[in-house]
Design a protein around this ligand. Structure first.
Ligand SMILES: [Zn+2]
Length: 273
């Protein structure tokens, strides 16, 4: 599932190429990826218009159209948003194709859980957007914000990191990587984190996500960047998906456990209970 670094990578690439270009053809092959809007209204929303800018909040992309309207896209599990210059190999998973006079973009999604939703129609997709917490790169993401969000919680820190209403954009991959970087055991109760650990956690959340963006995100199966390429960060992961391998910091064997139902990898020596 694409997390903040993957969605940001897609945004940077696609935004650069689609800004200001008039959309002259819109094809919807599977209306299941539209939320709160019909095929015809979706086409009308885009046709003859241009995307002025593309924003991101957490794992959501927002197309800002030249008439002030906004369209939300959540890639969910297997969604791919790809810019094409000339043409591309179309398959049965390409559900939306939008063309400019030259080139365009398409939305491909094997599992079809992703959704386009115009902002302002109160579709289910938009509800999630409204409740999002801060992101580690936000200026208001201070040590106090982190403390306030954790101090009164008794649950494991790993589960809390996945709570989008606390921190937006983190999923299973980066939660494990952040906890490794901060040297915190994934099952440590939030309320028991020391001041030092809280500081390390805040810093790790920033650096881990920034590094992953610099590598254009992590691909294990479906994630592709805005050009349709696999990401590069899977080569740099320290613990995630590395159970049984050695810890890059201390050489201990990385172990996996279930935390809140999610497979979790950590180093038992670097991240003591
Ligand atoms: Zn270690």
């Amino acid at each position: 599932m694409p997390e903040l670094p993957e969605v940001e990578t897609v945004r940077r690439i696609v935004a650069e190429h689609i800004r200001g270009k008039e959309m002259i053809a819109v094809e919807v092959n599977h209306s299941g990826v539209l939320d709160g809007i019909s095929d015809a209204d979706f086409s009308a929303l885009l046709l003859g218009h241009a995307v002025e800018d593309m924003k991101r909040r957490g794992k959501y992309l927002i197309f800002c159209l030249d008439d002030g309207r906004e369209l939300l896209l959540h890639l969910r599990m297997t969604g791919q948003l790809v810019y094409f210059e000339d043409d591309f190999e179309q398959d049965k998973h390409c559900h939306v194709i939008v063309r400019f006079a030259q080139g365009g973009w398409f939305y491909r999604d094997v599992r079809r859980f992703g959704r386009f939703c115009p902002i302002g129609v109160d579709g289910k997709t938009e509800c999630g957007l409204k409740k999002l917490g801060l992101e580690p790169m936000d200026r208001q993401f201070t040590l106090n914000y982190v403390k306030d969000g954790l101090q009164s919680r008794r649950g494991p820190i790993k589960s809390r990191l996945l709570d989008q209403e606390f921190i937006a954009g983190i999923g299973n991959i980066y939660a494990d990587e952040i906890l490794f970087e901060a040297r915190i055991h994934p099952q440590k109760p939030c309320s028991e984190l020391t001041n030092c650990q809280l500081k390390r956690l805040k810093k790790a959340a920033e650096t881990v996500l920034e590094e992953a963006i610099a590598h254009r995100g992590t691909t294990f199966s479906d994630y592709r960047d805005g050009y349709g390429r696999v990401g590069g960060h899977q080569e740099h992961l320290k613990v995630f998906h590395r159970g049984g391998k050695t810890c890059p910091r201390c050489g201990e064997t990385i172990v996996t456990l279930k935390c809140g139902g999610r497979t979790t990898s950590y180093c038992p020596k670097c991240q003591k209970r």
